[in-house]
Design a protein around this ligand. Structure first.
Ligand code: FAD
Ligand code: NAD
Length: 435
């Protein structure tokens, strides 16, 4: 089936899409066909293509419902259901997901291939669309994911292990072709390898995990994942927010195939349940990492002029990517101010990086506030308070577009929210990071 949009594209593109839709069966015959059939010239092939003869519909395996008959449990008010299609060449199988949405990107799709199970979850607003099949033939470990943003199309390009023609993509697995509210989907985990662990403060470490090559996963700015470890025979799960490897990482959308490393700043609590076990992991050990979750939306940063970040302790973690993203991608941004609350100077994560960034980028300022400072500390002291906030939250103009992000221990976040409302900031101007 050829998309309507494709029919309107210039010929060169059509030619290209013709090459794409030349499936192995077709391709295998083309050379022979060229020699013997009168109709094999570009115009006639194109005509055939437009009427759909050259574009092979995916053969449905036994038991797999045609897409039009797929029941989805989508609530009436939700976005319309995506659909998928697939095609092949001698060496490749391409799965195409038509999301019918414009605001999708490489973060929107999470792909995992393990053994013969292939799983691609596309997140669209609060919904999840799943392609989940047992592939009919073996594929190589690595694959590519492409997103055509303006038409909302995702292409997952798999490499065949053997150059043979596939009669069908595979057999449906649990929830294949479903489009359901994200809150109703379980968390999906894949095993990642610990590749490095560095001390950052006396109790906080930077962990670097490597995704398997058979996974495409990018954690969106402001979202967290769950880490899972077996502890005394039970699987224990805790949320953590990925960060960049440093404050100076250029924030670019990765190109093919994906980012393979995920970094975490994690505080180890000696009397904690999970973090001492995490700290015991050796380089090369594996830990399960879930799909991302969270309610921060990148569009909250669009056209922003003033960004204020209120972070306490490891509540700094969601601020790292927000800060990097805003400074790199928001041209309207005039200033970013971080007020960072800690107990002591020794607890401040990435202090010298923050100071260097403030020196390097005049839009960025940082202020440290300590709740248990040493005698010599001459900076700000205490817990979050209306006095600290009203002095700190100075708009660059009366009408400037502002966002205030908060994250830290629950009492910090709750008190901060109340203070911000009392200071007349609207709900839209405040984002608190919670589980
Ligand atoms: P816990 O067992 O939960 O204990 C934590 C502390 O509380 C310890 O000091 C412990 O002694 C004390 N404690 C436990 N129970 C009691 C009790 N009954 N009475 C008194 N004290 C008690 N953390 C990070 O370091 N980095 C992150 O990026 C990060 N991201 C997060 C994202 C989200 C969305 C959320 C909700 C939390 C995040 N956290 C993060 C916190 C993380 O999920 C864990 O809560 C944290 O690592 C502590 O886990 P733990 O099991 O080691 O400690
Ligand atoms: P901490 O105990 O070292 O405290 C850091 C600062 O938080 C203190 O200096 C103080 O200014 C403030 N604070 C602490 N208790 C307070 C209270 N009762 N009232 C007002 N302010 C208070 O912090 P930590 O051990 O690094 O803990 C960080 C917290 O952030 C954890 O609870 C973690 O779960 C949370 N966190 C949440 C997310 C998220 O929701 N996305 C992400 C990362 C961390």
């Amino acid at each position: 089936m050829i998309e309507t949009a494709a029919l309107l594209r210039p010929l060169t593109v059509l030619r290209c899409s013709f090459t794409h839709i030349a499936f192995s069966k077709t391709i295998a015959n083309v050379n022979t066909v060229k020699k013997v059939h009168r109709w094999v010239n570009y115009e006639s092939m194109l005509k055939e293509c437009l009427v759909g003869r050259m574009a092979m519909k995916p053969a449905l395996p036994k038991g797999m419902l045609p897409q039009s008959q797929v029941t989805d449990t989508l609530a009436k008010e939700g976005p319309s259901s995506p659909s998928y299609d697939w095609f092949q060449t001698d060496s490749l199988v391409t799965i195409v997901i038509y999301t019918k949405q414009k605001d999708i990107n490489l973060d929107s799709v999470i792909v995992d291939h393990r053994d013969d199970s292939f799983r691609a979850e596309t997140v669209i607003k609060d919904y999840s669309y799943l392609v989940h099949v047992a592939l009919s033939h073996e594929i190589q470990e690595d694959f590519s994911v492409l997103v055509v943003e303006n038409v909302g199309k995702i292409e997952i390009i798999l490499k065949k292990k053997e150059n043979i023609s596939w009669k069908c993509l595979g057999h449906p697995l649990e929830n294949h072709n479903s489009f359901i509210p994200k809150k109703d989907t379980g968390l999906f985990y894949r095993k990642c390898q610990l590749v490095s662990k560095e001390d950052v403060t006396h109790d906080t470490k930077l962990f670097c995990l490597m995704l398997p090559p058979s996974t495409h996963l990018q954690v969106p700015v402001g979202q967290h994942v769950y880490l899972k470890l077996p502890i005394t025979g039970t699987e224990i799960v805790k949320p953590y927010t990925p960060v960049s490897d440093s404050l100076f990482s250029e924030f670019k959308e990765p190109v093919l195939p994906n980012n393979i490393y995920i970094y975490f700043l994690i505080k180890i609590y000696p009397a904690g349940f999970f973090t001492p076990e995490l700290d015991q992991l050796q380089i090369g050990d594996y830990i399960s990492v879930s799909n991302p979750e969270g309610n921060f939306i990148i569009s909250q940063l669009q056209e922003l002029e003033d960004l204020f970040l209120l972070a306490a302790g490891t509540g700094f973690t969601p601020m790292v990517k927000v800060l990097n993203y805003a400074l790199t991608n928001i041209p309207s941004l005039r200033k970013v101010k971080l007020m960072f609350f800690n107990k002591t100077e020794d607890d401040i994560i990435w202090r010298s990086q923050l100071e260097k960034l403030a020196f390097k980028d005049k839009r960025f300022e940082v202020e440290f506030v300590l709740s248990a400072p040493a005698y010599e500390w001459s900076g700000k002291q205490g817990y979050i308070s209306p006095a600290l906030l009203s002095e700190f939250l100075e708009r660059s103009s009366d009408t400037s577009r502002v966002l205030i992000c908060l994250c830290g221990p629950t009492p910090f976040t709750e008190q901060g929210m109340k203070m911000l409302h009392d200071l007349n900031f609207s709900k839209d101007e405040i984002h608190s990071f919670t589980a």
